[in-house]
Design a protein around this ligand. Structure first.
Ligand SMILES: C[S@@+](CC[C@H](N)C(=O)[O-])C[C@H]1O[C@@H](n2cnc3c(N)ncnc32)[C@H](O)[C@@H]1O
Length: 301
């Protein structure tokens, strides 16, 4: 007799079979993702449907496309909200962005280049666009900033481009910014076109070996990259690969902001210096500029 986990949860071999089914049916490739996180997503769907393990859930998936949709949505976690982690966004608003804009204006080398990597439905890059719009009152260079936002999921980007959100996702928006950045639209809110139009959305897979930066950005060289609540879903070796790509995409002296519960895998904490305790913000050495210029290009840690 085989002992089953409590509550008829799916056993590990059944989880693997379910993930293989999703890969074949919907092209979701689980390679590199943290198996424990994916297993939790699958178990939550089993619990929600009330279906037992022993192949019953797999049979349900084969006959109920709506359940397959729900499982794919659960596996490709896309939760986000405006100003998610308000402390980090306060730090960006009051300290980091003013400093970067001042440096950029002093250097006279074009607009600030910002990338939101793994942007889900766009709440994160629009939060940045709102901050830059506000800062443009005091820092003219903010109006020149260029904002790229990418995700591997095109349907998520299609929603992002509509710039329309339910009220619940605006819970962290400060009163002053709410009035200047959004217009009510029925029960929902729309990011004002003058702000939304600043963000350039495109598909980019962070596991893409051929390119460290989105093709849309042409050459990367970002002054600020936000890659928040993405690394946590990956196995350590894949986290390291993504960090390598992000490092390559950063300009010398550029900053990387991770999610509140994320930290850099250890080799990277030697190459990117932690800037503050109030959020997971790291900075690439300015020295890299001199080293790479002398070496004729390429990334030198
Ligand atoms: C939990 S959301 C985070 C959204 C936002 N950054 C935030 O912190 O609120 C994770 C996002 O990462 C995206 N993602 C997962 N794997 C990816 C990959 N290999 N390349 C690009 N984006 C990926 C997912 O599609 C999802 O939209």
């Amino acid at each position: 007799m085989t002992l089953r986990p409590a509550n008829h949860a799916a056993a590990p071999d059944e989880i693997q079979a379910i993930l293989e089914f999703v890969r074949t049916a919907r092209g979701f490739d689980a390679a590199g993702y943290c198996l424990a996180v994916l297993a939790t997503c699958v178990q939550s769907r089993l619990a929600a449907t009330g279906v037992a393990g022993d192949g019953e859930y797999l049979r349900l998936l084969a006959t109920a496309p709506a359940e397959l949709d729900l499982l794919v949505a659960a596996l490709t976690i896309k939760f986000s909200s405006f100003f998610r982690d308000p402390l980090a966004f306060d730090y960006l608003h009051e300290s980091l962005l003013p400093a970067l804009l001042t440096e950029k204006a002093a250097a006279g080398d074009g607009g600030l280049r910002v990338w939101s990597a793994g942007c889900a439905h766009g709440e994160e890059p629009y939060s940045l666009a709102i901050l830059l719009h506000d800062l443009a009152r005091h820092y003219p260079a903010a109006a020149e900033a260029i904002l790229f936002a990418t995700d591997r999921d095109e349907p998520a980007l299609a929603l992002a481009r509509t710039a329309i959100y339910p009220a619940a996702s605006l819970a962290n928006v400060r009163h002053g910014l709410l009035a200047t950045a959004f217009a009510p639209e029925g029960e929902s809110f729309r990011v004002l076109p003058a702000i939304a139009g600043r963000v350039r959305f495109s598909v980019h897979d962070l596991l893409n070996r051929r390119s460290a930066a989105p093709a849309e950005s042409v050459f990367g060289s970002f002054d600020l990259i936000l890659c928040r609540n993405v690394l946590i879903y990956f196995e350590p070796s894949y986290q390291s690969f993504i960090c390598e790509q992000l490092y390559r995409a950063l300009a010398a002296g550029g900053c990387l902001l991770l999610g509140r519960t994320e930290t850099l895998p250890s080799p990277w904490s030697r190459r990117l210096r932690r800037v503050t305790d109030c959020c997971a913000l790291y900075r690439k050495s300015e020295r890299t500029r001199a080293v790479t210029e002398n070496a004729g290009g390429g990334v030198t840690p």
